[in-house]
Design a protein around this ligand. Structure first.
Ligand SMILES: [Zn+2]
Length: 438
């Protein structure tokens, strides 16, 4: 080899080596939550673990993942890392302008009430029926950052008020099933609610729809009628896997009057595989039921809000506040988190959510347990005192931060630029845009 050629080869090699030094290999992960206490019921994880995320998915959960292996590492020591919470019962068909209607003014837009409390997925409980579901989908579901699922009301017109909701002629299990089957990724259940008549028609038609579409029925059992007792509902009419919401309301013999524990209907229903959901709402949660029933061991399968325009500012407030109440009675945090994640996902047959399995959708909540003196109220404005309160620090949806209460993921304002700043969009929705800000 000639000297000149050799020199060129050496120079080229040196240049390649220098370039390699200047541009270290891209980290393996987009985002790393380091040192948090992971609560992942589905995978039986209850301990300190690192959680790595890449391309919107959970990439690895392990005791020690190197902090340099991600574009962004956040120290979450002392905090709890859970799957993104799933609120099984909300009302979010807002924006139609209809007065006194859950397909209108009584509903709220989901994004204002979800990420700030760790919720990444909500289930609208029957605001729309088969006639107006597609309008709901266009107005809200397709435009929200929150993942919005729906339970179709068995009433074709949905939850538009008494005039519509008492109309037996508009309860069509076949038409409802057909709409559910048209949108199987979005419609996760059938809802019957607020019915005041003596007939079983709404429940029976809902079960027809739920059976055809292979999805659960959720029941708000409406007025208490001797012709349709709760015992028959839970032991005969509903199928295993169906859901009884407003479990601590006391409006329809949920409680045994002698023991103050769960009624015989509740005990038999749970044995059959009926799920029991909180759904606090505006008028569906009483301490005089929740306390003795939980102390008797009848804890919720799922903790949900029944979020709407009234409940949001009254006793209910938000998903974490309802969870705080269940904890205040004595249910451990680990169980309470399961009731908002893996259990809920199981109830709506969306097992891909509510867990931190490797490869799962990276929806994550980072929660702080604060201690102090807190008061929690019920539907008749009675108070139960507690010493723990959940606070959401960070919410991640599809692998990117969508809420960060204290800017834990942000750099200090006067810190030098980091090596991976240009790729921040991979792990956060808050990366500065190259275009003018709004
Ligand atoms: Zn409701």
């Amino acid at each position: 080899m000639q000297t000149k050629t050799l020199m060129l080869a050496v120079i080229t090699l040196a240049a390649v080596a220098l370039a390699a030094l200047a541009q270290p290999a891209a980290p393996a992960y987009d985002l790393l939550l380091s040192g948090g206490h992971v609560l992942d019921d589905k995978n039986h994880i209850d301990g300190v673990m690192d959680v790595a995320i890449k391309d919107g998915k959970i990439a690895k959960v392990a005791p020690h993942i190197g902090p340099d292996s991600a574009l962004k590492t956040i120290d979450v020591k002392g905090l709890y890392v859970t799957p993104g919470l799933i609120d099984l019962h909300v009302h979010v068909y807002a924006g139609t302008g209809e007065r006194n209607s859950y397909a209108g003014d009584l509903s709220v837009p989901p994004d204002g009430f979800t990420f700030r409390v760790g919720v990444t997925t909500v289930v609208d409980a029957g605001c729309s029926g088969w006639r107006n579901f597609e309008d709901f989908k266009d107005r809200i579901i397709d435009r929200s950052k929150t993942r919005v699922f729906a339970m179709l009301n068995i009433v074709g017109s949905g939850m538009r008020g008494g005039h519509y909701e008492q109309n037996i002629a508009d309860m069509d299990g076949e038409a409802t099933a057909a709409m559910a089957l048209k949108y199987p990724k979005t419609i996760v259940g059938i809802k019957t609610a607020h019915f005041e008549g003596p007939e079983w028609t709404p429940v029976e038609q809902a079960v027809i729809a739920g059976t055809k579409a292979n999805i659960p029925v959720m029941v708000d059992f409406g007025a208490d009628r001797p012709t349709r007792p709760i015992y028959d509902l839970l032991t005969k009419k509903l199928r295993p896997g169906d859901i009884y919401t407003h479990m601590y309301s006391g409006l329809r013999h949920e409680q045994d009057p002698a023991t103050l524990g769960p009624s015989k209907a509740f005990i038999e229903g749970r044995k059959r595989g009926i799920f029991f959901d909180v759904g606090q709402g505006g008028g569906s949660f009483k301490w005089s039921l929740a306390v003795p029933m939980i102390k008797a061991g009848f804890i919720p399968d799922s903790i949900s809000t029944d979020l709407h325009i009234t409940s949001m500012n009254s006793a209910m407030k938000d998903e974490l506040n309802v969870a705080d109440k269940i904890m205040a009675i004595g249910v451990p945090l680990k169980e309470v988190v399961a009731e908002m994640t893996s259990h809920t996902a199981h109830e709506i047959k969306h097992e891909e959510l509510g867990n931190l399995s490797e490869g799962a959708i990276a929806d994550v909540a980072v929660l702080r347990v604060e201690t102090g003196k807190y008061g929690f109220t019920d539907m008749i404005n009675k108070r139960f005192d507690g010493t723990q309160k959940l606070l959401c620090e960070i919410t991640i949806k599809d692998g990117r931060i969508v809420y960060d209460l204290n800017g834990m993921s942000a750099d200090l304002w006067n810190a030098p630029a980091g090596p991976h700043d240009a790729e921040a969009r991979r792990w956060t929705t808050f990366a500065p845009s190259s275009h003018a800000a709004h």
